[in-house]
Design a protein around this ligand. Sequence first.
Ligand code: SF4
Ligand code: SF4
Length: 275
Amino acid sequence: MEHVPNRIQILVKGMPLHVINSIRRAVLAEVPTMAIDYVVFTVNSSVFYDEYIAHRLGLIPLTSKAALGKYKSPEECAEAGERGIFSEDCFVKFELEGKGEPGKIVTLYSGDLKTSDPDVKPVYDRIPVLALTGDQEVRLEAYARLGRGKEHAKWSPASVATHKYVAEITIREELCKGAECGRCIEVCPRGVFKIMDGKVIVSEDKILQCTLCRVCEENCPSKAIKVKWRDNEYIMSIESTGALPVKTILLEAVKELSKKMNEFIKALEERGVIK
Ligand code: SF4
Ligand code: SF4
C-alpha cells in the first residue's frame, strides 16, 4: 500500500484479527537485532554515572541485517555475556573515548563509536551520548549482541507496529442535504468527504485515512452518515528504528511465528497429544 524508507503501511484482507495481532507482537518482541548490552569503563571522570552512559549506549539503534545469521542466537549469547565471555561469534566490540577541553563542552556522538565489525554500526551518527568539559575524560569498551524486544525494548526493531480497522462509511442520500450543508466536510479531520455533482460523497482514495472517530456521524444534522468497519480488513503500519529494513522486520516476524508453531506441534507430538 505504502512503503517509504523505514515505514510500511499495508492493507490486509481476509485474515482474522488474532493473526494480524500475533504478527504485530512478533514484530515488536521476537525479531532479533543488535544492541549494546555490556559496557566496560576504564575511565569515567564525567558527571554521568556509568549506568547512565551504558543505558544511553544500549538505546542507540545498530545496523543489524548482516548480523542475522552471522552471529549466534540471542539466547546463546545472553548466557555467554552473563559469564563474561565476549566471543567473536556473539559480540561486536565498540570503543569510545573522549576528553573535555577547558572552558568548552565536547559532545561525544554515536558516530564516535569505533566498531569491530563494519556491518554493525550506529544507524545514525548524530545521537549525543555524553558531554565532557575541563579535564573530564571517558574511555570505554561496549559489547553488542543479538537480542529480542521481549527481553528489552532496545532490541525491538520497530518504533511503531499498529493495526487498525478499515472504515465503511455510508451516506443516506434521501436524508443528506448535500452541498448546501457540507458539515461533514468541515469537521472530518482526514478529508474523507468531498462534493461531486452537488452531492456529498466519500472519497475512495481517502477512506483508508479514516480514524473511525465518528465526528462526522455526530455532527450530521440529518443523521445521514453511518460509520462502521469492514470485517477481516485491517491496515497494518510498521516503522523501523533503522536497525533492519522494514520488509525484513515483517518477514522475520512471520518466520519467528512459524518457528514457534512448529515447536508447538513438535512438543505436542513428543507428548503423544497428537500423532
Ligand atoms: S453533514 Fe450530513 S447532511 Fe450535511 S452534507 Fe454531510 S451527510 Fe449530508
Ligand atoms: S469517522 Fe472521523 S475520520 Fe472517519 S470520516 Fe468520519 S470524521 Fe472523518
